[in-house]
Design a protein around this ligand. Structure first.
Ligand code: AMP
Ligand code: ZN
Ligand code: FE
Ligand code: FE
Length: 282
């Protein structure tokens, strides 16, 4: 049986592994294919593709875009995206600027709470264009201002905590369109974490292609529930560990068992999307 992991983060967002380290881990887990799905970034895809080619692992170019629907934050995974797509890169640059401003705002709120963290310390630690709350949490721990990452989130960074700053988000429909026009397949990430199944029919109407049924934080019952929904709405099924490297102890890569057939189905859909976008000459 061949297995894959279609939800992985690298240093180009809030993961701790470089693309090369990630691929070395994928090899250790004997994965047949992996997808890199950094938050609002495709920057790590080229290096990951190269390392995968050298290791004989199939690579799927991906990204995890932050979006919202009816006031709920949703994450949309794009698979088999064209990494050079102009509109995708322009929009991603916009979301990265929003993320950088948000770090400054979170730090300013922390400073008002007499927590002496500097934005510079967060940017140096993050060392990427798509910084996020995990980087603020790590900087707080590194500076000895919090004991661990969970404490940083619980005290300051979780939604509605004092240093939490909402992020400007595109609508889910816009994220799906953005992925499609970059010739990618649009998949709802970890629906079991959102607990807002009522948005799914709307996303299906907006053209969403699939749903991430297998995820570290989905119980067996949750995965089965989303497999049923996938069947009902005729959606593709994906899965992955959502590994962020060594940020919280043992790396999660390869721990969610996703059969290879799901990559083949994604690829078939990607080919359909590409064919529909290419003007026919006959
Ligand atoms: P952001 O995109 O900046 O809002 O950060 C979201 C990321 O923070 C998620 O992808 C998770 O990796 C991470 N995260 C959210 N909640 C927690 C938590 N309680 N502990 C550690 N990491 C978290
Ligand atoms: Zn993350
Ligand atoms: Fe996510
Ligand atoms: Fe993720």
């Amino acid at each position: 049986m061949k297995f894959v992991d279609l939800h992985l983060h690298s240093r180009f967002s809030d993961g701790t592994y470089t693309p090369e380290e990630l691929v070395a881990q994928a090899r250790r887990c004997e994965l047949a294919a992996i997808a890199l799905t950094d938050h609002d970034s495709v920057e790590g895809c080229a290096a990951t593709a190269q390392a995968c080619a050298a290791a004989g692992i199939e690579f799927v170019a991906g990204a995890e875009l932050t979006a919202e629907q009816d006031g709920n934050e949703l994450h949309l995974l794009g698979y088999f995206i064209d990494m050079q797509n102009g509109r995708l890169l322009t929009q991603i640059a916009r979301f990265q600027a929003v993320r950088q401003d948000r770090i400054r705002e979170m730090v300013s709120r922390l400073n008002k709470l007499k927590v002496p963290l500097s934005a510079e310390a967060v940017f140096v630690l993050a060392n990427c264009r798509a910084p996020g709350r995990p980087h603020v949490a790590r900087a707080l721990v590194q500076a000895g201002l919090c004991g661990n990452l969970d404490e940083a989130f619980e005290r300051f960074l979780k939604k509605n905590r004092p240093a939490w700053v909402p992020k400007f988000k595109m609508s889910a429909g816009e994220a799906i369109d953005l992925i499609h026009q970059a010739q990618g397949v649009a998949v709802l990430a970890h629906p079991g974490l959102n607990r807002t199944d009522e948005v799914i029919p709307r996303l299906v109407e907006a053209g969403m292609d699939g749903i991430e049924c297998f995820h570290t934080k989905h119980s067996t019952a949750t995965s089965e529930h989303y497999l049923e929904l996938a069947d009902r709405f005729d959606l593709l099924v994906t899965g992955g560990s959502d590994c962020h490297g060594l940020s919280k102890g043992r790396p999660l890569i390869g721990t969610v068992k996703v059969p290879y057939q799901h990559v083949e189905q994604l690829q078939a859909r990607a080919a359909e999307i590409k064919a529909a976008a290419t003007p026919r000459l006959d």
